[in-house]
Design a protein around this ligand. Structure first.
Ligand SMILES: Cc1cc2nc3c(=O)[nH]c(=O)nc-3n(C[C@H](O)[C@H](O)[C@H](O)COP(=O)(O)OP(=O)(O)OC[C@H]3O[C@@H](n4cnc5c(N)ncnc54)[C@H](O)[C@@H]3O)c2cc1C
Length: 355
């Protein structure tokens, strides 16, 4: 038997499995999916879980049940590329013929003292559960600071405003405006939404230290009952520790078939892969489909295509609470209820697709 091991049942890993578990999967291939969680989680909705507007049951589904798939639960500690083995925190090892690494990303703290200790995260399900507890335990009229005004910072702050109208919420961002990678029309719309909903926006921020209950912005102390960190991401630690070429956020540089050039039996998908796009669920899925195609060629010992289709992404949708949102589709910027309805529709379709 040949063993394919897939690390991470997120958007990328799950899409690969879906595309492999077809009638033409060779009989001599066995697939093992490894994850620390017993289900696939919708990371794009973690902001709502943290804010308390969606229960956990609504943002997760079981992994596929198929006799050709084994699911192993465990915490991946290290990958031995030369020995072709995965090492787990509990001492287990798992050998592979082909490996897919789809372990997602972690917060990046930019070496700011205290940031990793005294802020809450929405990057993993476990961390998001703790963030939910912390925010919802803040006393009435308390202060919550969100550090980082990108997509996830904006989504968690707006959702929290609807969940806890009593709280004093502010977003610190190092740019001139929140949502800096987005068109100005969207930045202005979101800023206006926060203004109308009494969320303070602090621009040109320079967070240089975090202590329990205090964010230091330049020299100013910002007292906070809870601090949420959404100010940057990097590849999973397991991936950053690999002795292979990486980009400035630890994502692995790959060949045109999404393989590590010096280890062509190892594929990297999603937030761990260095691609010329910002990390996203959509990108992880698109890339996952291409990896499944090439893996089938490996399994059937067939020739690879000369090239793979160019990755074309559909756009980005963001939410401002449950009723409004924003989005970019090609060159078109959308604001208001329509992009919010579209975002909910995308989630509905995704859930329906996964059954
Ligand atoms: C609040 C928020 C909102 C977002 N909104 C959007 C959006 O609107 N649209 C969009 O396209 N993208 C969005 N993203 C980004 C998107 O969620 C990620 O790009 C996407 O999840 C990446 O998919 P992935 O398969 O690489 O990893 P993930 O989906 O993160 O999956 C990684 C898997 O690996 C497992 N894992 C990690 N480490 C270990 C370990 N050591 N041992 C065992 N298992 C492990 C995890 O449990 C998880 O199941 C958002 C992200 C956040 C945080």
């Amino acid at each position: 038997m040949k063993q394919l091991v897939i690390l991470g049942g997120g958007y990328g890993g799950l899409r690969i499995i879906e595309h492999l578990l077809t009638p033409d999967l060779p009989d001599n291939v066995f697939i093992t999916l490894v994850d620390r969680m017993p289900f696939h989680t919708f990371k794009t909705e973690f902001y709502a879980l943290a804010a308390g507007t969606e229960p956990e049951m609504k943002i997760r589904v079981p992994f596929p049940n198929d006799s050709r798939l084994n699911v192993k639960y465990g915490e991946v500690e290290r990958i031995g590329l030369d020995e072709k083995a995965v090492h787990f925190a509990n001492g287990d090892t798992l050998e592979y013929d082909w490996l897919v690494i789809g372990l997602g990303c972690e917060d990046k703290y930019h070496n700011i003292p205290g940031a990793d200790q005294y802020t809450h995260s929405i990057q993993t399900l476990g961390a998001t559960r703790q963030t939910y507890t912390a925010i919802n335990n803040v006393n009435p009229n308390g202060y919550v600071t969100v550090v980082g005004g990108g997509l996830s910072g904006v989504e968690v702050a707006s959702e929290l405003r609807e969940s806890r109208p009593d709280l004093n919420i502010r977003i610190l961002d190092r740019g001139e405006s929140i949502l800096s990678p987005f068109p100005k029309k969207l930045q202005d719309y979101a800023s206006q939404w926060f203004h109308e909903h009494d969320v303070e926006l602090i621009s040109m921020a320079q967070v240089n230290r975090v202590e329990p209950g205090v964010v230091y912005n330049h020299d100013q102390q910002i007292q906070s009952d809870a601090i949420i960190w959404t100010a940057g991401i990097q590849a999973n630690r397991v991936v950053r520790n690999l002795p292979v070429e990486q980009d400035n956020i630890g994502r692995v540089k790959l060949n045109q078939y999404h393989q590590i050039p010096s280890y062509p039996d190892v594929y990297v998908v999603g937030d761990c892969a260095s691609l010329p796009f910002a990390p996203s669920a959509q990108l992880a899925e698109f890339q996952g489909e291409q990896i499944a195609l090439i893996l089938k060629k490996d399994m059937k010992e067939e020739e690879y295509p000369a090239s793979l289709p160019i990755i074309k992404l559909k756009g980005t949708l963001g939410s401002l609470g449950k009723k409004e949102g924003f989005g970019v589709m090609g060159k078109v910027s959308l604001v208001g209820q329509m992009p919010r309805v579209m975002k909910s529709g995308v989630l509905w379709l995704y859930k329906k697709h996964l059954g």
